[in-house]
Design a binder for this molecule. Sequence first.
Ligand code: NAP
Length: 498
Amino acid sequence: MSSLHEGMPNIASRVIPVDPFDLVIFGGTGDLARRKILPGLFRRFIAGQMPANARIIGAARSDMDSAGFRAMVAEAIAEFGGMESPPQAKLDAFLKQIHYVAIDARGEAGWAELQELMKGTDKIEAYYFSVAPALFGDLAERLQQWGMADKQARIVVEKPFGRDLETAQALNATLATYFDERQIYRIDHYLGKETVQNLMAVRFGNMLFEPLWNAQYVDHIQITVAETVGVGGRGEYYDKSGAMRDMVQNHLMQLLCLIAMEPPARFDPNAVRDEKLKVIRALDPVLPHHIIRGQYDADHDDAEGHPNYRDAVGDPRSKTESFIALKTQISNWRWSGTPFYLRTGKRMSARSSEITVVFKETPHSIFAEDAGQHRNVLSIRLQPNEGITLGVTIKEPGPGGMRLIDVPLDMTFSEALGEDAEQVDAYERLIMDVIRGNQTLFMRGDEVEAAWAWTDPIIQGWEARGDVPKFYDSGSDGTTEAFEMMRRDGREWRKVAP
Ligand code: NAP
């Protein structure tokens, strides 16, 4: 398949500049802005997508002027921009488009200055809430008070969106007081990944897969999002959240929706999101013995001496999970009887996000000499090495009869499509979508609420039972109970491989 590379159109030349915009980044001095948002915008600038009169306005409480902020942005690009040495002329030109306002989301400081900056512009106005969720409501209210919440404005809201159904409903209601749903862009950066969109292209752009995409032909589906890192410096936040809230309720459920949804009539925001919502609403409740929680223990061979979970979060009795494996079913015509297995965890053996569709065996084998079990396996890798592999069964080469082996047909996108295919990070794509006014890859309020409605009873069950997660070794692929759950079903987890 890598021969696709030949004759490929020049992807970089397809970049279409967006309309002029002003993007205010509340939390412009924060970790997310420095690691992802600002370097991503610079890459879009280099790609020629940012108009010359676009402005990026950092806004946070730190007392500095635009020159100070530009220096911070230049440092962030040097550290996180993913370029050996950023082209100086481009960097200088980009920095000219950067401004800063010292502002307090909860006070009056800075709002008059921001209002003045944004006055009379006929450009697209976007406000990125890259601050703690407790400030989302304050920012929405202040924007309205200061006349910046007009019908053209867009707001971008980071995760977490609530910590349960009740808080998500309250946040939706607050935002709805000031903004229409079409103005609200709830980020789940997984949806901005190239392969996630490719998942839709593969499913709905090919005749090959869709006829087989159902319980009749699919044995089961696995979704794994494995990280090698621990909680790091986010221990305090993470311990109040856990893998269920931090990963499953949003990222894994979004992936589940895309793999399981019916074909939307059009690739338009509401058509796609309507179909995703139907999947969430058709999810069966998870039975207690179909969900395994784990907490990482130290890796005793680890020379760097990473702490175990409880030491990392500073609570020797913490009952928060850093690992989840669960089995669920979708009660609809397409999927009834096909289990979906979801797994995510920290300090696992490799960093790997993958969706795997395991097809059923052929109904009858005509090859008497072959005793093996053969199943087509379609695996969609989100990170690293984004790409798709289809396992097919062929004859083992050489003499000696008809013995079969399984071989992968591999399409790694960077190989198949050339270097350009790798360069758009999820945040870059999503910010450009905000400017274009395309909500397809953002979560709608009702989707988020439906996801919490499914998640809440699971968490409440643990709390009621005083459930304590089982330990797993750092560097392993989770608890033994997670493997047993699969074995009971006569199946096995895919190896977590980088
Ligand atoms: P952070 O590093 O703590 O940054 C918070 C930002 O908010 C800082 O710029 C801070 O600057 C500003 N801020 C705090 N209080 C403020 C106030 N009263 N008024 C105005 N600005 C205020 O947090 P972060 O990691 O960047 O995360 C930002 C958001 O993104 C959070 O919702 C987080 O959950 C979400 N998120 C982050 C990541 C990530 O990788 N970091 C990933 C996914 C989601 P001052 O102190 O100068 O005011």
